[in-house]
Every structure is written in structure tokens, then in C-alpha cells.
Ligand binder design. Structure first.
Ligand code: MSP
Length: 539
């Protein structure tokens, strides 16, 4: 059994319900986990919920339920959302689970034993309306009032346990220098390196417990019931608690933690330093993508412009879930630039890549095979290379074995580099090449001349077999984004890759998994119907 590639998402706060942002990161991680499974045989996707935040208590109170009941309710919403999005997570961690809490205490004890944690005093600007401290700079910039509510900030001092973050600065800097792709994309790496130049301060990792019920929610510090572990420290440990068991210990270190830019510092600085202090290996990559925005504006509660789970469900109901995944994965903010969720762009992408792309190409090919070869895959008679002249004079040689191998190689390289949009693009480019080949060789015209030359039938068979085989290869590259649709194509074409066969092998043109001569190629239902751009967005 190969070592599974371990991929994670942030664990999401359960004070509210999931929206496009949460679904997006989980989809990205799911797509890459599926890709790694195809490439190397095994992957492990972890997602879950972060439940000990103060805002969970506040929100629960507003709804007149206990924090645990509120967390249960919303954790179920997150699970349902990810199930609906087709994210095949291998585990779902909730920080209120015992398996997590026990391990967190172990880690804190280890840090204490190694003198990485000490009791100290923290003085800072407290925003009572938001229940959070502001940095000196942020407090100054806000003019001594809460930037959110405008209420005055209070100078507050509290006793906290501190983690000696400063002790690990040099080690972290060395690691980043030695592993240029530790923090991805590059813009985020530069941002972290810039901030590191200001120097790291030790950070509080606990919060005092008072009479306020909100302060009683969380994991207590070991041997000190007057403090609880700061929710962020509790949360970061989830990546390790889940796999720190005899059965799963080989999963660590994680391949990639997918997150967005909002929580970069915690993941790219605090988390690696905590791991180093614990003597654990560091994850391969921290991938911090940008944001979905809507109509050019940040999504926020006050603007009421979130792309909610209901909006996503409406899109899936109209266009298919895999089409929604496709749009998010190929047009989303994977790099450093925010992406706009726009209906017009959705329809444009859907038509170009799916309805007029793989959908149309697969039906063109299966229609011709049905018409000219009774719906059975023809043989290629050894011909997989086609030389000009073609109808379109610009086309050069189509050498399908070499051409497809190039697309597959590039797709695998992109998947390995966490560039899912780039990897998927290889699948679409291959489909475009098949379309180009059909236009260049015009099999439908050749089919009218079967009586003219006995060789024409063999030639037609070779052309159509190559088209179908290339579509099959493309479908394997597109499957991490569209597992359901590609599975239905494989069913219609009798070509589902057998379990355990690696992508390299499965996608070899004419290889062991190729379309066999005589295998049924059913027309099946159209994979994607064309969308009308003039129609109103689904609601
Ligand atoms: N609980 C912490 C994370 C702890 S991880 C150890 C948290 N939770 S959150 O519910 O606020 O989720 C933040 C994450 O949701 C982002 O990092 C990102 O993955 C996703 N998104 C939330 N809004 C987003 C957009 N508008 N666009 C894209 N993704 C965003 O922070």
C-alpha cells in the first residue's frame, strides 16, 4: 500500500452556516486529493469544524441553545454541504471530540515540559464588542475605537500562558529559504517573509476563565482550571490529532494544508513553530488562496451578498453538481487574485468547457461510432499517427500516443504542484485537440466514401478509435473535478479504470486500459446540455 498523500482544509467555525468560501477550499482539497489518489494510489482528505470559538457561544445564546447543541447543528450543515459538493473526505474532525481534546492536552504538556510554554502577563487593546485584542498598530490606526462597532477599546492586562514563538524564528526562516514552495503561491510567501523581518514575539496560547459563560467554553489548560487553551492553538492541532494514532501515524507530515489568505499567519508561522517545538516534521506546503468576491465586492453579512449554500444548490440543480465544481475549480481564486462569482462567467465557462467541450466532443464521437460501427469500438489496425495533408492546412502531424502522453505528463506535474486549474486545463486542451482532429480528418465525409476504396473503412475505424481513446484519456484528467460525470461516461463507454491502476498507466493511449475493439460505446445521455446565457440565474 503506497503512503497516502495527506491533504487538509481549514476546520470551519460553527457559529454560522457554510457558504461558497468553505465549499471552495474543501473542493480544491478534494480535487487534489482525488488527483493524488489517481496518481499514486492513495490519499487522505481531512476536513472538519472548529467549535471552541467565543462566537459559537454568542451565536448559540442568540438561538437559545447550548454551545454544544449549536455546534452539533452547524457541524451537520458543514458535513451536508461537503457531501452535496461531492467532497470525499476521509475524516471529519470536530474539536469538541474527545479524540482531539486528549491529544491537544498531550501536546501542551510536552510544550510545557520542554519549557516552550511559560506563564506571563499580556497587555493589549481589547475590543469588548468583538471580544478580541487588537495589535498596537491596528488599535492606533482605528483611533482607539473598535474598527467594527466604533465602541471604545479598553487597555487590558491578563495572565496568559505564552508559547516561545520567538525561539523558533531562525529555524522557520531557514525552512522557508530551503523549501521555496513551502508557502504557496509566491505572493503569500513574500508576504510572510516580509512580516518575519519585524521579528517574532512570544504569543499567548491561553485565555483566562471568568464568570462570563463564554470564557468557560474550550479546552482547559492542563493542571490549571483558571485558563483555557486559545481556540486557534486548539484548532491548529487538529491536523495532527487526527493522524497521531498507531494506525495513521504514517500520514504525517501532511502534503498540503489548503487555506485562504485570512489565516495565513497562523498556518505559515505559528503552526510550523509549534510543530518544530514538538519535534514533528513540517507539512510539505501551506497553500493560501485568495477570496471569492461577489460582483467585485467582498462578501459580508452586512452587505448580505454571500453566495450561500442555497445559491450553490440552485446552480447544481440547474447545471449539475460537477459543472458547479468545474466552475469553482477552474475560475476560482486559487492564486493570489480574488475571483468574482458571476453568473455570466459561469454560463460562459460552462458552455465553452463542458457543453461545447467534453460534452459535445464525446457525443460527436459516440454518435459516429454508433452510426458507422453499430455502437462498438472499431479497431485502429495499428494506426495512431496521422500525417498531413488534412482538410485544414495548418494542422501538422497527429501522433496520438505522443500527444496524449504530453498532456498526461503535464497534468500530473501540475497536480503535484497544487495547480489544479492548470492540470484540468490539460484535459480541456486534449479535447480541443480531438475536435481539431475531427475537423482535420472529417470522418463523416469519409463515411460517405466507404464503397470507393476498401481501405476507407479501416481508416475511418482508426480515426474514430483514436478520437474515442483520446476522449477516454482526457476524461481521466478531468475526473478529479468531475467524478460523477466522468464515471457516467466510463459506464457508457465501458472503460472505467480498474481500482488500483495508477493514472500514468490508466491514461496510456492504447495501453492496458485502452478501449478494446468491439467494446460497446453507447451514446448515453448528453453529459452537459447547452446553457442559454439570456436566462436568469437560478434561484
Ligand atoms: N476556524 C478557523 C480556521 C482554523 S484552521 C486550523 C477559520 N474558520 S472560518 O470558518 O472562518 O473559515 C475560513 C476559511 O474559509 C478560509 O481560510 C477559506 O478557506 C474559507 N473562506 C471563507 N471565506 C472565503 C471567501 N470569500 N473565499 C474563499 N474562501 C474563503 O478561519
Amino acid at each position: 500500500m503506497p503512503k497516502p498523500v495527506y491533504v487538509t482544509t481549514p476546520i470551519y467555525y460553527v457559529n454560522d452556516r457554510p457558504h461558497i468560501g468553505h465549499c471552495y477550499t474543501t473542493c480544491v482539497a478534494d480535487c487534489l486529493a482525488r488527483a493524488h489518489k489517481a496518481i499514486g494510489g492513495a490519499s487522505f482528505l481531512l476536513t472538519g469544524t472548529d467549535e471552541h470559538a467565543d462566537k459559537v457561544v454568542t451565536s448559540a445564546k442568540d438561538h437559545d441553545v447550548t454551545p454544544q447543541a449549536w455546534a452539533d447543528r452547524n457541524a451537520a450543515e458543514f458535513k451536508a454541504a461537503f457531501d452535496f459538493m461531492g467532497c470525499a473526505y476521509d475524516d471529519f474532525i470536530r474539536t469538541t471530540e474527545d479524540r482531539h481534546k486528549t491529544k491537544v492536552l498531550e501536546y501542551i504538556r510536552t510544550l510545557q515540559k520542554n519549557d516552550d510554554v511559560y506563564l506571563g502577563e499580556y497587555a493589549g487593546w481589547w475590543d469588548p464588542s468583538q471580544e478580541e485584542y487588537l495589535t498596537e498598530t491596528a488599535a492606533k490606526e482605528a483611533g482607539g475605537v473598535s474598527p467594527v462597532t466604533g465602541k471604545p477599546l479598553v487597555r487590558r492586562t491578563e495572565r496568559n500562558y505564552f508559547f516561545r514563538l520567538s525561539k523558533y524564528q531562525a529555524a522557520l526562516e531557514q525552512h522557508i529559504a530551503k523549501h521555496p514552495d513551502f508557502i504557496q503561491p509566491e505572493a503569500r510567501r513574500n508576504e510572510v517573509m516580509g512580516r518575519l523581518r519585524d521579528g517574532l514575539q512570544d504569543i499567548p496560547i491561553s485565555r483566562p476563565i471568568t464568570d462570563d459563560p463564554a470564557t468557560q467554553w474550550g479546552i482547559r489548560m492542563p493542571d490549571d482550571p483558571a485558563h483555557r487553551i486559545y481556540v486557534w492553538i486548539d484548532a491548529l492541532f487538529n491536523y495532527l490529532t487526527v493522524v497521531d494514532t498507531p494506525e495513521r501515524k504514517d500520514l504525517w507530515p501532511a502534503h498540503t494544508h489548503f487555506i485562504a489568505k485570512d489565516i495565513l499567519w497562523f498556518h505559515a508561522v505559528i503552526w510550523p513553530c509549534l510543530l518544530t517545538a514538538l519535534g514533528r516534521e513540517l507539512p510539505g506546503h501551506i497553500y493560501s488562496h485568495a477570496y471569492w468576491v461577489r460582483d467585485g465586492r467582498k462578501m459580508s453579512k452586512s452587505l448580505g451578498n454571500f453566495v450561500t449554500i442555497e445559491v450553490l444548490r440552485a446552480y447544481a440543480a440547474k447545471f449539475g453538481r460537477d459543472a458547479l465544481r468545474w466552475y469553482l475549480l477552474t475560475q476560482g481564486p486559487l492564486g493570489a487574485t480574488d475571483a468574482d462569482f458571476s453568473h455570466a462567467k459561469f454560463v460562459e465557462t460552462y458552455n465553452a468547457d463542458l457543453a461545447n467541450g467534453i460534452g459535445n466532443c464525446a457525443s460527436r464521437v459516440s454518435n459516429m461510432i454508433e452510426k458507422y460501427f453499430d455502437g462498438k469500438a472499431p479497431g485502429h489496425g495499428g494506426t495512431t499517427r496521422f500525417e498531413p495533408p488534412f482538410v485544414s492546412p495548418t494542422d501538422t502531424v497527429f501522433d496520438w500516443k505522443a500527444d496524449t502522453a504530453g498532456f498526461v505528463r503535464e497534468a500530473i506535474a501540475r497536480m503535484r504542484a497544487n495547480d489544479n486549474a492548470g492540470a484540468l486545463q490539460q484535459g480541456t486542451a486534449l479535447i480541443t485537440r480531438v475536435d481539431g482532429f475531427i475537423n482535420a480528418t472529417q470522418p463523416f465525409k469519409l463515411a460517405k466514401k466507404l464503397d470507393e476504396d476498401p481501405g476507407n473503412r479501416a481508416k475511418l475505424g482508426a480515426i474514430l478509435w483514436c478520437c474515442a481513446e483520446a476522449v477516454r484519456v482526457a476524461s481521466l484528467l478531468l475526473a478529479p473535478a468531475m467524478p460523477e460525470k466522468m464515471a457516467s461516461l466510463w459506464k457508457a463507454w465501458n472503460c472505467a479504470p480498474a481500482a488500483g491502476v495508477t493514472l500514468d498507466e490508466a491514461a496510456r493511449f492504447g495501453g492496458a486500459c485502452a478501449l478494446g475493439e468491439g467494446a460497446g460505446i453507447a451514446k448515453g445521455e448528453a453529459l452537459f446540455m447547452r446553457a442559454d446565457a439570456a436566462e436568469a440565474p437560478p434561484a
